[in-house]
Design a protein around this ligand. Structure first.
Ligand code: PLP
Length: 455
């Protein structure tokens, strides 16, 4: 792999003259003028194939006419109402559409504007559930999550996340009511000679031990991403893992909260990633692909057993945002979800996912610097290592994943880079999460670009 400090003057970021308080104040983002289908067009005229739909968001691609029409119609009929007092039909229809997709396993949807807000709502809902049980359990205030997880950027959500570099300076500000266990990360953590079953037993014991250490009567919920996205780079759990984790939750009466903000809404090859795991969560976060990037929307899908407790209890969820269930966001998400269903796009995700998986493995499996290729559906991660045998990662100072990203941009393709080293993760990765309507030709094109970038 060529590892120069790669800078092409055609795609180098604009100088720091922006008035926007950007995430990176020294190198603001690429100036972008338009987007259509699978492509973005930069101000300098370069077309970029968006192989990740942003951060696994734009599942339908850019500029969908049906979604645009639905949003305009919603603006014409009722652009905004306060959701505590009023509800537009699109919100009810969206909730019904979402519940339908769970095959009746979940009974209600709670809609907010971002994945982080969804996590905040989930944490509070779990707490309220225990307070409103016929025999309340007020001691339950503790959340067990996993190292190298990401559940959002706000203080509550980051407080239960294991993303060390994002926690960084805010560490002293987090509530001290959470702790973390190992993620299910077979490539790095499964021991030599260990079977999948033994690995699951080991991880289940670790969770069980953590319940015991904290005091099971204090634990509100175990929270995890079915496929770890941003931090580890598309790491699905091994077979049987979530079943074993749910059994521990049941054993101690805690809730299972699954964060499907990135891996959900069809991305994994089923509408919900838990549908492949043989479990049903008590509360589930959704986001990103829900609205496909057309408007800010995320939410919770809630198990009837949780809903019933609040319905028979106070009848009120003590939460709410000014823009929650925003009519235009609901109209956009409703149309996105209808298109996904009507055009059988989740089946295409599963089919093209297999094709992409085979292609990645056949073309890159023997590459000396590609340590692991993992994922599900159209959600794939490539982990780069300096030594394939020892799995020794590259020196973080080399910024390998950023170089892959930069070189991708220079050759007309955007990947989602990640370097977990700062989070106690060894290794660089990039994520590939194409649109749900990709064809075999699109997959060939993406993998061809990956090859070009890393050879
Ligand atoms: N949870 C997961 C698994 C995520 O990947 C993200 C964002 O990347 C979030 C929560 C937070 O979502 P948002 O950025 O919309 O607040």
């Amino acid at each position: 792999m060529t590892l120069p400090v790669y800078r092409d003057p055609n795609t180098i970021k604009e100088p720091a003259t922006s008035s926007v308080f950007h995430h990176d104040l020294l190198t603001p983002p690429f100036a972008t003028t338009s987007s259509a289908g699978h492509y973005l067009t930069l101000q300098n005229g370069r077309k970029i194939y968006d192989s990740t739909g942003g951060a696994a968001v734009a599942c339908l691609g850019h500029g969908n006419e049906r979604v645009k029409k639905a949003m305009i119609e919603q603006i014409d009929s009722a652009a905004y109402v306060h959701s505590l007092v009023y509800a537009v039909p699109a919100t009810e229809e969206l909730a019904k559409e979402l519940i339908l997709g769970t095959e009746g396993k979940m009974s209600h949807a709670y809609l907010v504007c971002s994945g982080s807000e969804a996590t905040e709502a989930a944490l509070k809902l779990a707490r309220q559930y225990f307070l409103e049980l016929p025999t309340p359990q007020p001691a339950r205030v503790h959340y067990i999550s996993r190292h190298q997880s990401y559940h959002g950027i706000t203080l509550g959500a980051l407080g239960v996340s294991g993303h060390a570099s994002r926690r960084g300076p805010f560490e002293p500000m987090f509530a001290q009511n959470s702790s973390r266990v190992s993620p299910c990360y077979a490539y790095r953590d499964m021991k030599d000679g260990e079977t999948t079953e033994q690995y699951v037993v080991r991880l289940a014991k670790e969770l069980d031990d953590e319940f015991v250490r904290v005091g099971p009567e204090k634990v509100c919920a175990f929270i995890a991403e079915p496929i770890v996205g941003a931090t580890l780079g598309c790491v699905p759990a091994v077979e049987g893992y979530f079943k074993a984790m749910q059994e521990i939750c049941h054993k101690y009466g805690a809730l299972l909260i699954l964060d499907e903000v990135m891996s959900g809404m069809g991305r994994s090859g089923t509408l919900h990633a838990w549908q492949q795991e043989g479990v049903v969560p008590d509360i589930q976060m959704i986001g990103k692909g829900l609205g496909g990037g057309y408007a800010p929307i995320a939410g919770l899908l809630i198990n009837p057993r949780v809903v019933d407790v609040l319905r028979n209890g106070s009848g009120t969820f003590i939460h709410g945002h000014t823009y929650q269930a925003h009519p235009v966001s609901c109209a956009a998400a409703l149309e996105v979800q209808r298109i996904v269903r009507e055009q059988s796009l989740v089946s295409n995700v599963a089919r093209m996912g297999k094709y992409l998986s085979n292609l990645l493995k056949s073309k890159l499996g023997d590459h000396p610097y590609v340590g692991d290729i993992r994922g599900k559906g159209l959600f794939w991660g490539l982990e780069f290592v300096e030594n394939k045998t020892t799995k020794e990662p590259f020196d973080p100072k080399l910024g390998v994943s950023m170089r892959v990203f930069q070189k991708g941009m220079d050759t007309g393709m955007s990947f989602y880079p990640g370097n977990g080293t700062a989070d106690g993760v060894k290794g660089d990765h990039v994520l590939i999460a194409p649109m749900y309507d990709v064809t075999e030709e699109d997959c060939d094109f993406i993998v061809g670009k990956v090859l070009g970038v890393i050879e």
